[in-house]
Structures are given as structure tokens and as C-alpha cells.
Design a protein around this ligand. Structure first.
Ligand SMILES: NC(=O)c1ccc[n+]([C@@H]2O[C@H](COP(=O)([O-])OP(=O)(O)OC[C@H]3O[C@@H](n4cnc5c(N)ncnc54)[C@H](O)[C@@H]3O)[C@@H](O)[C@H]2O)c1
Length: 397
């Protein structure tokens, strides 16, 4: 059983609480910190927390608290993490870890020096669809991964601070791209070094200083490409889709819209549909079990099992730091319009692996370009002569 201090009683704090207290959970939020007394009191009443406070340190230092869950605006993550280090409390932080790589690195170093458990709450690598896909990728069902794309777009966040570039640290690249970078990096291999980023970003619709739409490419040392597509101006709800392409297969994931549950209503007796749904009439795409389908349950189970077993969870502050470093390069590239290197002061994966070979052996004299079955039932191969480079085709019996 884990006793939790929740820092932040807003949008994600409540989603986390619904997951933590859902389905007869044995884990309990014992303390809630919020800036405003009325919000702290309301959250404490809603979730049965013993303590509410408007003093962050008081919640963290509470001797009944085993683990602290940071659900605060991006600019406040670092102060909260430092207080967890001071009081030697296990800490889990929502995404993004920092507003940039520098902040993330400070947090990574601090938790490791303090020797405390650290978990990065990247829920989208814990969705049931991701977990199933990841197992298939890990077991080789897709062969060598060549490209992984992740798209998260919606009509924009719901609190003022997100739209303030100083407080948030960026726009949709940081807010949504952090999910996409970690999803694609996981499919490509977390031990494969991200080396360069090319990014287009623009402010197309909103009157803000940050970008509200962006597309980026992340190049990995083994030649694989990660791609992110993010927007705060997308209309039609929350579009969460991933695609993975390998030498032996393909995966398409749709986490939120058109997941197989479709409903029509005239709007009489209309109800909540799903996060960021823009309408509750007409044809709708509700999500079966939003908390579970977004990965929160599997994520907290991994975090708490890891705390209890003394192991590292799937996602740690180190992962959060890598994501921030990739995003820093994306912001730079969006300005310079060049491929920008990913600056990694800490890297714990493989080093110096080259791009994989594209030469597939056919026989002693030839490489295989393609093998297929024709509509008349013959096996056809297209091959390239190793010495002459000549390309030819053969129809086999
Ligand atoms: N899927 C996800 O993982 C996901 C989804 C949404 C938000 N988030 C992250 O969660 C964090 C909070 O986002 P949110 O949507 O819950 O925001 P929110 O505005 O709904 O809630 C923020 C909470 O922090 C408190 N707060 C605000 N400013 C503060 C300050 N200066 N000092 C202390 N407390 C302050 C607020 O009172 C509120 O309780 C952000 O880092 C965001 O990126 C993650």
C-alpha cells in the first residue's frame, strides 16, 4: 500500500486521483496540496484525503506520506522535486519533466544524489494498446523498426498558464510532443541514441507567443526515424494515433477517436463523452474506460510495484530528461530550419552503432530487392547482382 501526497488539484490531479482510488485500490491519497484553500478542501472532500494544505512543503514532509505525485504547472515541477529531495520522499512527476533539458537535468541529478525513487508519469506508454504493440515490437513481429510516428492534437489546453510561454516553457511541442517523442523512442528502442531533430513549427491560429502547430522528425543513431505531429488547433476532439513501420510489419493505433465505440444522440440527456470532446450530440466516439485506456492504471501499478520491489519503473526522470533534450533540439531546429543535434550530457544507452545494412542476401551472386506472389500463383523475385549492380526479375515455379 502506498500513501500519496498529491500536489495540484487541477485537471490531471483529478484524473490521477480517479485512477489511484479507482477499482478498489489499496493506495490512498492522504494529503492534497493546492494553491487555493477552497480547491484543496474540495479535493480532500471528493477523495477522502486526511490532510489538505496550501503549503507544498507541509504535504511533502507529512510523515504519513510515502510518495509524492506532482500534478502542478510545468514551472513549478522543479521546486516540488527539490522539496522531495530535501525530505527524501519518493517522487513521481507528470510530463513534461522540465520546461527544458537544463531544468530536467537538474531534477535528474538531484533525485539521483538524494537516492530517492523517481518516476516519470508518461501515461501514453502504458495504454493497453501501446503495451500490446510494444510486446509485439519487442518480440520481433515487425522486424527492424524503421519509422515510428505519434500524433497528438486537440483544440488546446484548458488552463491559462499553458498559454504563457514563460510558465509552460513552450507550446504544443513541449506539451504534446513530449508524449509523442517518448512513444516513438520506445518503439525504436530506448537504448538507441536520438541524434538530430528537424522541426517545423508555427503559430497559425492562437494569439500566443508559443507555437500552436508543429511537425518534427527525430533521427536515431541506427537510422530509424521518429516523427511527431502536434497541434493545439485541431478540431474534433483528442486525436491520439501512433504508427510503427518495420521491415516485417506495421502497427496502427488509435487510442481515442474511432476506437470501436460509436454512438449517436440527438443531445437530449447529453452527457460527458471523453476528454476534449468538442460536442455531445450527433455521432460521437466515447472512450470505453478513459482512465485505463489512457494508461493511468498500468502506469501507477508499475510505479508502486517498482517502489515496493526496489526497482526502477519503465519511465524514470532519466527518460523525462532525454525527452526534454530532444524537444530542445526541435525548438532550435524550428528557428534555424536546420537539422539540430540533440545535446545529451547524460546518455546511458548504446554508443556508436551505425545505420543497419540495407543489403539482403538472396544467393552468392545476388541481393534480394523484393519477393512476392503473383495473382497467377507464381513466386516472383526481383534481385540485384552483387558485382554488376544489374537489377532483374525471375518468376519461380
Ligand atoms: N496526460 C498527461 O500526462 C497530462 C495531461 C494534462 C496535464 N498534464 C500535466 O500536469 C501538470 C498540471 O496540468 P493541469 O492540466 O492539471 O493544470 P491545472 O491548471 O488544471 O492544475 C494545476 C494545479 O496546480 C495548481 N497551481 C497552479 N499554479 C501554481 C503555482 N504557481 N504554484 C503551485 N500550484 C499551482 C493549481 O491550483 C491546480 O491545482 C502540467 O505539468 C501538465 O503538463 C499531464
Amino acid at each position: 500500500m502506498q500513501r500519496i501526497a498529491m500536489l495540484g488539484s487541477g485537471f490531471i490531479g483529478r484524473f490521477y486521483a480517479d485512477s489511484l482510488h479507482g477499482q478498489r485500490s489499496k493506495d490512498k491519497i492522504v494529503s492534497i496540496y493546492a494553491r487555493k484553500e477552497e480547491n484543496a478542501k474540495k479535493f480532500a472532500a471528493d477523495y477522502g484525503c486526511k490532510q489538505w494544505t496550501t503549503d507544498m512543503e507541509e504535504a511533502i514532509a507529512n510523515p504519513d506520506v510515502d510518495v509524492v505525485c506532482i500534478a502542478l504547472p510545468n514551472n513549478v515541477h522543479i521546486d516540488a522535486v527539490m522539496l522531495c529531495c530535501k525530505h527524501k520522499k519518493a517522487v513521481m512527476t507528470t510530463k513534461p519533466l522540465g520546461r527544458n533539458g537544463e531544468e530536467a537535468l537538474k531534477m535528474l541529478k538531484a533525485v539521483e544524489e538524494a537516492g530517492i525513487f523517481n518516476g516519470y508519469l508518461e501515461d501514453l506508454v502504458y495504454t493497453p494498446k501501446f503495451i500490446k504493440s510494444f510486446e509485439s515490437v519487442k518480440n520481433g513481429a515487425l522486424g527492424r523498426i524503421l519509422w515510428a510516428k505519434s500524433r497528438e492534437t486537440h483544440p488546446g489546453p484548458h488552463s491559462d498558464w499553458f498559454w504563457n510561454i514563460e510558465l509552460a516553457g513552450g507550446g504544443c511541442i513541449l506539451d504534446l510532443g513530449c508524449h509523442c517523442v517518448e512513444i516513438t523512442r520506445s518503439f525504436i528502442g530506448k537504448d538507441i541514441k536520438p541524434i538530430e531533430v528537424m522541426c517545423w513549427a508555427d503559430t497559425q491560429v492562437k494569439p500566443i507567443d508559443a507555437e500552436d502547430h508543429a511537425i518534427g522528425l527525430v533521427k536515431y543513431e541506427n537510422g530509424a526515424i521518429g516523427q511527431f505531429e502536434v497541434s493545439w488547433t485541431f478540431r474534433g476532439g483528442l486525436d491520439l494515433r501512433d504508427e510503427v513501420m518495420g521491415t516485417e510489419g506495421t502497427i496502427w493505433i488509435n487510442n481515442f477517436l474511432r476506437t470501436g465505440l460509436e454512438m449517436f444522440t440527438t443531445g437530449k440527456g447529453a452527457d460527458y463523452v471523453a476528454e476534449k470532446a468538442e460536442s455531445n450530440t450527433g455521432w460521437l466516439f466515447p472512450v470505453g474506460d478513459e482512465i485505463n485506456d489512457l494508461g493511468y492504471n498500468h502506469m501507477f501499478a508499475d510505479m508502486f510495484n517498482s517502489i515496493e520491489n526496489g526497482t526502477a519503473p519503465r519511465e524514470t526522470f532519466y527518460d523525462g530528461y532525454i525527452v526534454n533534450a530532444v524537444i530542445d533540439a526541435a525548438y532550435k531546429s524550428a528557428k534555424t530550419k536546420l537539422w539540430e543535434p540533440v545535446k545529451l550530457d547524460v546518455w546511458r544507452g548504446k554508443e556508436g552503432i551505425g545505420k543497419a545494412s540495407n543489403l539482403v542476401e538472396y544467393d552468392a551472386d545476388n541481393y534480394l530487392i523484393k519477393e512476392e506472389m503473383t495473382h497467377y500463383g507464381a513466386r516472383k523475385v526481383i534481385i540485384k547482382n552483387k558485382k554488376t549492380g544489374a537489377i532483374s526479375e525471375k518468376v519461380l515455379a
